[in-house]
Design a protein around this ligand. Structure first.
Ligand code: SF4
Length: 258
């Protein structure tokens, strides 16, 4: 009942005394003292949830390098082409930096490449290095690879089926590398990239595109090694000048491929 102005105040002392006397009358001689009330300390109330530190974004270049490593491992296990898988020493994936100004694409590994695992390391490779240097690049500044990753026995021309088998690897590699310009070395590489049956002699001298990247076609260095007239070397130099003009780079004065 709510107390109001007319209700007399409750006399607690009197009530307590009357209660104790009734207990004594009932034979209760001892009343234990109650323990003082205690209160557990208030727990701190979390005002906000702990905010997890966000992961730094992955380095895009590191991601692509990893993709390249994964692809290289996949290629190394490939057995799609019976005639190449069973005779190769190893697959030859490619060398050079990611995002190069230019990439050089050959046909397939030869004997030296099959032995070392690196593209263009034999005599043709040495000549390619001179061509690259003649354009004003260091070899390690450009990316070098082949459309096929396994050596055809006896350096025979790869079959259409072998080219088709390996094309997905090449395209994935190309998309990870992302060269700004590309040079196809020889008829097989040029035909493979342009999906054409036109020969290299007719494909030279123009700028094409492969996956939206400017593409120049020229002779394979091994063809230059067989050419005793010197004409092919002059033609290749013309093709390299077309490449350099397409790239917007100055053409070195005298450094022709020998
Ligand atoms: S050439 Fe290419 S597709 Fe054929 S076995 Fe070698 S890696 Fe595989």
């Amino acid at each position: 009942m709510m107390a109001d102005a007319t209700t007399p105040p409750i006399d607690l002392t009197r009530q307590l005394r009357a209660h104790l006397e009734s207990l004594r009358a009932a034979g209760v001689m001892f009343v234990p003292r109650g323990e003082p009330m205690t209160f557990a300390p208030l727990q701190a109330v979390a005002t906000s949830k702990a905010v997890a530190k966000p992961e730094p974004p992955p380095d895009p270049l590191a991601v692509r390098r990893k993709e390249l490593t994964v692809l290289s491992a996949e290629v190394a296990k490939c057995n799609k082409c019976d005639g190449l898988f069973s005779t190769r020493t190893q697959t030859v994936f490619g060398v050079g930096p990611i995002d190069p100004d230019v990439a050089f694409v050959g046909e397939a590994p030869g004997a030296d490449e099959d032995r070392t695992g690196e593209p263009f390391v034999g005599k043709a490779g040495q000549l390619l290095t001179r061509i690259i240097n003649g354009c004003g690049f260091k070899r390690e500044e450009v990316y070098i690879f082949n459309t096929l990753k396994c050596r055809p026995p006896g350096n025979r021309t790869p079959t259409t089926e072998e080219c088709e088998n390996c094309r997905p690897f090449f395209e994935r590699q190309f998309d990870i590398i992302r060269p700004k310009h590309v040079v196809a070395l020889g008829g097989t590489a040029a035909k493979n990239l342009l999906n054409t049956s036109t020969g290299i002699t007719k494909l030279r001298g123009k700028v094409y595109t492969f996956r939206n990247v400017p593409l120049i076609c020229t002779f394979h260095p091994s063809a230059l090694l067989r050419d005793e007239t010197g004409k092919m070397k002059r033609d290749v130099w013309e093709d390299m000048k077309l490449l350099l003009r397409t790239m917007g780079r100055a053409i070195p004065e005298v450094k022709k491929a020998e």
